[in-house]
Design a protein around this ligand. Structure first.
Ligand code: SF4
Length: 327
C-alpha cells in the first residue's frame, strides 16, 4: 500500500472542501471497497478525509418519506422497522448484498459509489479503460460472464455491483449533496450514475469533492414490492441479473408498476417504457413477457454473458408475476 495522509472531517462542507482542494484526495467511510482497492494498488489516494464522525447516521421520517443519512450502515438501514414495513424492496436488496460483516461497516453513501467488480479492473496486468484511461478493455475479448448487456460501449462493458442502488432506483430516491463551496444539490438517482461511453473512469455526475449527505425516499409507491437477485451462489455473490419491481393491481389490471434491473449495465437500469407497457394492462403472463422484452430492447451479449439476456427476461417475468399475485 502506498503512503497517504489522513484527516478527520469536522463538518460536511469542510470535508467537501478538503477533498476538492487536495490533489488525489478521497473520502473514506466504511472502507469496505476503497481499502481493498488500495491494497491492490488500484486506488492510490494521497490523502483520505474521514467522514465517519459526521452527524449523517440517522434515519428520519419527513413528509411520509424517509431521510437516510449517508453514513447509516447497510445493516441498520435493512433492519429499520420503517424500511422493512414500507420499503421492503430496499430491505430485501440490502440483505441480498455482501455479507453480514460487510453490511455492518458499509455505508449507504458508499454503497452507491462502490466500484465495479469486473475481473480485469482488479487485475493490474490487464488493460482496463476504467483503471487506466486509454489502455483498452480486456473484457471485450476476455471472460465476460458477469458483464453488461445494456448500455455498454466499446470502451467498457462493466456493470454496477450495488443491489441497494437498484432498489433505490425503483423507489425514485433523491441524493442530496454538498459541494466544496457549500452549495447543496439534489440529484435524482437516475442521474447519479453514468453510462461508460468513452470515459468509463468517470462513473458519476458528482463534481470533485461533492459529498453525498442524505438519500431521500418519497412515500412508498402503492403496490407490492419485490427484489429478486439471481447469482452463482446463494450468498455473498454479485448479481448476474436482479429485478426490483413494484406492481399495483386492481380488478385484474395493473394500475401502476416500477421496474429496475441490476447486474446488467454500468448503472442501475430503470425501464420507463416497460412500466408504460404494464400500466393499465391485464395482469397476466403475456403482458409481463412484453414488459420484459421492452425492458431488454437493445440488449447485447459479448460471448460469455449471452445467457444473461434470457436470464434477465425470465427473472423480470417471474418477479412481475409474483408481485402482481401478491398485490
Ligand atoms: Fe475495465 Fe470496464 Fe473493460 Fe472491465 S469492462 S476491463 S472495468 S474497461
Amino acid at each position: 500500500m502506498r503512503p497517504f495522509t489522513y484527516e478527520r472531517a469536522a463538518d460536511a462542507a469542510g470535508a467537501a472542501r478538503a477533498v476538492a482542494a487536495t490533489p488525489g484526495a478521497k473520502f473514506i467511510a466504511g472502507g469496505t471497497n476503497l481499502l481493498d482497492l488500495m491494497k491492490l494498488d488500484i486506488e492510490r489516494p494521497r490523502h483520505l478525509v474521514d467522514i465517519t464522525r459526521l452527524p449523517l447516521d440517522r434515519i428520519e421520517e419527513v413528509n411520509g418519506g424517509l431521510r437516510i443519512g449517508s453514513q447509516v450502515p447497510n445493516s441498520d438501514l435493512a433492519a429499520d422497522r420503517r424500511v422493512r414495513e414500507r420499503y421492503p424492496l430496499l430491505s430485501m436488496a440490502l440483505l441480498a448484498g455482501a455479507s453480514g460483516q460487510l453490511r455492518n461497516k458499509a455505508t449507504t453513501g458508499g454503497n452507491l459509489l462502490q466500484r465495479t467488480r469486473c475481473y480485469f479492473f482488479y487485475d493490474t496486468s490487464k488493460p482496463c479503460n476504467k483503471r487506466e484511461p486509454g489502455s483498452g478493455c480486456a473484457a471485450l475479448q476476455g471472460f465476460n460472464r458477469m458483464h453488461a448487456i445494456l448500455g455498454a460501449s466499446e470502451h467498457c462493458i462493466a456493470v454496477h455491483p450495488s443491489d441497494m442502488a437498484v432498489a433505490m432506483t425503483a423507489l425514485d430516491a433523491e441524493i442530496e449533496t454538498v459541494s466544496a463551496d457549500g452549495t447543496t444539490s439534489t440529484i435524482p438517482i437516475g442521474e447519479l450514475h453514468r453510462l461508460p461511453e468513452a470515459t468509463p473512469h468517470i462513473e458519476t455526475t458528482l463534481s470533485p469533492g461533492e459529498l453525498i449527505t442524505t438519500i431521500v425516499l418519497r412515500p412508498p409507491p402503492p403496490g407490492r414490492q419485490i427484489y429478486r437477485k439471481v447469482r452463482d451462489r446463494a450468498s455473498y455473490a454479485f448479481a448476474l441479473a436482479s429485478v426490483a419491481a413494484v406492481v399495483d393491481t386492481a380488478g385484474g389490471l395493473v394500475r401502476g408498476a416500477r421496474l429496475a434491473l441490476g447486474g446488467v449495465a454500468h448503472k442501475p437500469w430503470r425501464s420507463m417504457q416497460a412500466e408504460q407497457a404494464l400500466a393499465g394492462a391485464p395482469a397476466g403472463a403475456s403482458v409481463f413477457r412484453t414488459a420484459a422484452e421492452t425492458a431488454l430492447q437493445g440488449a447485447r451479449g459479448f460471448g460469455h454473458n449471452d445467457f444473461k439476456i434470457a436470464l434477465a427476461q425470465r427473472t423480470i417475468e417471474r418477479t412481475l408475476a409474483e408481485a402482481a399475485a401478491q398485490s
